[in-house]
Design a protein around this ligand. Sequence first.
Ligand code: ATP
Ligand code: MG
Length: 355
Amino acid sequence: MAGLVLKGIGKSFGPVEVLRGIDLDVADGEFVVFVGPSGCGKSTLLRVIAGLEEVTSGSIRIDGQDVTTERAAERGLAMVFQSYALYPHMSVYRNIAFALENMRLPREEIDARVRRAATMLRLTEYLDRKPGALSGGQRQRVAIGRAVVRDPKIFLFDEPLSNLDAELRVATRKELAGLHAEIGGTMIYVTHDQVEAMTLANRIVVLNKGRIEQVGTPLDLYNRPANLFVAGFIGSPRMNFIRGQVGPEGRLVTPDGKVNLPLPPGSAATGEVTIGIRPEHVAPCSPAEADARIAVELVEQLGSESYLYGTLADGTALTLRSPLEDPARRGEEMPVRFDPARLHLFDAAGLAIRP
Ligand SMILES: Nc1ncnc2c1ncn2[C@@H]1O[C@H](COP(=O)(O)OP(=O)(O)OP(=O)(O)O)[C@@H](O)[C@H]1O
Ligand SMILES: [Mg+2]
């Protein structure tokens, strides 16, 4: 296993710049997840690391060695794609063994590696089957097994679970977490799924338009987003944003005065700000305690909790999560309170203002 260092990676397709100035250090054994909107360059960055695309600028080091100009096969990495890309005419066993046969490893060594991976991924009873006779989750485990037996320096995963239904996705996610715990490999993983990112990652890299917006542990990004983009991207439903300003009495107010909050103690905020508050940090309250009022437009009951979608007096959307089963009705006006310890403030440039 190995660490990875990216320095100033740029990638253009003709005139289109897809990656710009990417700097990233991945430690040996770390599980790093790339997230970001569709088209932001996640797959391209993974393919650049794999050696499937050449960089336009910058350098890549794996295990201290500069591999920038090395071909994919020389880098010793293994990539698992969304489409499993299994050989349909070969058994599961041969699909997993294939790369090792090409490497001309001794037969006993191949057999030992295939069986060890099959045990780890609960595939032993399917080794004689063809991929066509497997479920989606089993096929994806074969694709992962094929990567595992190669004992790669780094595992690269591009949305490996996105073709699976919800239940299989959860099961396979747990297996991946178990696999990482067991073999301790360096893993780089692209996903659209917030829960996968939050639960699998040691660190999450948030990409936007080919640049890194922030790198941090899942809780870092959730609790201390560096800017509006990360604040809005991490967390589901997304953080509420309210345009406001720091008023003369050092309170946070909206232009219509209908939202009126104490500024977090020690905050350096002045002038125009964006107030950020997550749905889970807004709660219904008595009229006397209210920081704001919302007109309830939609109530979603999820059983374990409910989401209320409403608007403030000036029309700004505000979502809140409630543990109650039937917290409000459409059309109701509801006083709400913001958890003062959970307020986020952003300046006019969208950067977080820290106390
Ligand atoms: N071979 C190529 N030639 C030209 N443009 C490309 C090529 N490959 C990717 N792009 C462009 O690069 C940008 C980034 O693509 P990429 O596939 O890396 O995005 P992504 O973040 O993986 O998106 P998604 O979440 O939809 O998979 C896109 O605008 C895409 O159209
Ligand atoms: Mg992609």
